[in-house]
Design a protein. Structure first.
Length: 433
């Protein structure tokens, strides 16, 4: 007999962006939605109370460095280049796998609490990240970040090989909830010959590629100077852009690049908070969407955000998108919400982002009973402009409840926080020795 779960008595956001009163009946074994409709709770084995709430597809955080929660608030108010080279990288050099486990568990608690059911992560000690994801019960596209600048040939080669080894070893882990990608850090931090090799081998192994693209002007000028083409064209010449590739940021991207990205079907993951905090710039999100570029949403790491609440990102994306386009109609609520759901699913190459019969049962229940969500003229507007991560009451992934009444089931939250705090303090002390 199948094990069923009913998300009962709430409102449900449909794929057409209508809000209906319905129960969601889930096959907990298969991890899929059986039916969306009235009065489905009576026959279910287990019920999740959604009364007073809105059931939404689980959010997808399509660009993250989860373990960087350990560096939250460690080095603020610096531009990308100094922030990375003078502050972040020296501390990261002292990271241990245990640190990464502790930081990732903290990130997972934060992600699940704000209704995220899938995320992409670029970091190292990816075994630890995968083990934490397996325990947490959500989905992820994981990869080892490769940086070759400043390394000798042997160290650079080892980093690249690790990226492919991780992608092969961990793909399909956690009952298929963990998928992988190869993740060269960016076009300016990985040598060209290794980028070309990455593209070739990724195609042969059928593994997606994820990297940072055009985050700052410093990532554009050297490529234009050396190769005479924009970075997206250069990436395309190297063979890096396919429909399974997804790139982070795309801030300093011009219309010729929109065409390349759209033609290849490469998704851009917009990270508005990180882009504002590091003063990287405003991504031309509406223009990219108009040109047919698939756009998703991400937080980036907690050290440049400084939290992992994707509802903040929704609001920031809508706001910054208007400013960038000089148009209040740009990046409207529905557009922003699609980026954080179906857009993220497309970027990660997973089936998610909608609540409908047959779809993966990845969803969250948002409490609507709050002063900042009153009155309720338009709930899609609320999701983007007014809901906070802390409004999420339950999170379900793959048909299983991962948070019930704000209690993340896989972890003892107090212990996770304490462990992260201890690891963060010891890490910084070691790095600054
Ligand atoms: N194996 C590499 C590590 C790369 S992981 C991915 C890297 O991206 C860094 N990172 C985090 N946020 C950003 C960003 O916004 N832009 C570029 N890099 C970032 C992060 O600190 C981490 O070092 C090594 O040996 O250094
Ligand atoms: Zn990043």
């Amino acid at each position: 007999m199948t094990d069923t779960l009913a998300v009962a008595d709430g409102l449900v956001l449909t794929p057409a962006f209508d809000v209906v009163e319905a129960d969601v009946l889930v096959d907990a074994d298969a991890g899929t939605v059986i039916e969306v409709g009235p009065d489905l709770a009576a026959a279910a084995d287990e019920t999740l109370d959604a009364a007073g709430g809105l059931v939404i597809p689980g959010l997808v955080n399509a660009h993250c460095h989860a373990a960087m929660t350990l560096l939250r608030g460690y080095a603020d108010d610096e531009p990308l280049d100094t922030w990375l080279r003078e502050h972040v990288w020296p501390v990261e050099a002292a990271l241990t796998p245990d640190d990464i486990r502790a930081g990732t568990e903290l990130a997972l608690v934060e992600l699940i609490r704000s209704g995220v059911t899938a995320f992409a992560d670029m970091y190292f000690a990816v075994e630890e990240v995968a083990a934490a994801v397996e325990a947490a019960g959500i989905r992820a596209r994981l990869g080892h970040g490769v940086v070759t600048v400043g390394k000798d040939d042997e160290a650079a080669r080892a980093d690249l090989e690790e990226s492919f080894a991780v992608a092969e070893r961990l793909d399909g882990a956690a009952d298929g909830r963990v998928r992988t990608a190869v993740m060269p850090h960016s076009l300016t931090t990985v040598a060209d010959d290794l980028l070309a090799e990455t593209a070739d081998r990724a195609r042969d192994a059928d593994v997606p590629i994820h990297f940072h693209l055009n985050e700052t002007p410093d990532e554009v000028a050297p490529i234009v100077d050396e190769h005479g083409v924009r970075p997206s064209a250069h990436a395309d010449e190297l063979g890096l852009l396919t429909d399974s590739t997804f790139v982070a940021h795309g801030v300093h991207t011009d219309p010729s690049e929109f065409d390349v990205l759209a033609e290849r079907g490469t998704s851009v993951v917009h990270c508005p908070a990180s882009n504002m905090k590091l003063a990287s710039g405003m991504a031309p999100v509406q223009a990219m969407l108009d040109a047919g570029v698939p756009v998703a949403l991400g937080t980036d790491g907690a050290a440049s955000n400084n939290d992992l609440d994707l509802f903040d990102e929704l609001r920031d994306a809508a706001m910054l998108g208007k400013l960038a386009a000089d148009d209040a109609a740009a990046v409207d609520a529905e557009t922003a919400f699609r980026m954080a759901t179906a857009g993220g699913a497309e970027a990660l190459g997973i089936d998610a982002g909608r609540i409908a019969a047959g779809a993966n049962a990845d969803l969250a229940v948002v409490d609507l009973d709050a002063p900042h969500l009153t009155p309720a003229h338009d709930l899609v507007s609320h999701l983007v402009y007014a809901v906070r991560g802390s409004d999420v009451r339950h999170t379900v992934c793959d048909g299983r409840v991962v948070m019930r009444d704000r209690d993340v089931l896989a972890f003892d939250e107090a212990a996770v926080r304490e462990r992260a705090q201890e690891h963060a303090v010891a890490l910084v002390a070691r790095a600054e020795e």
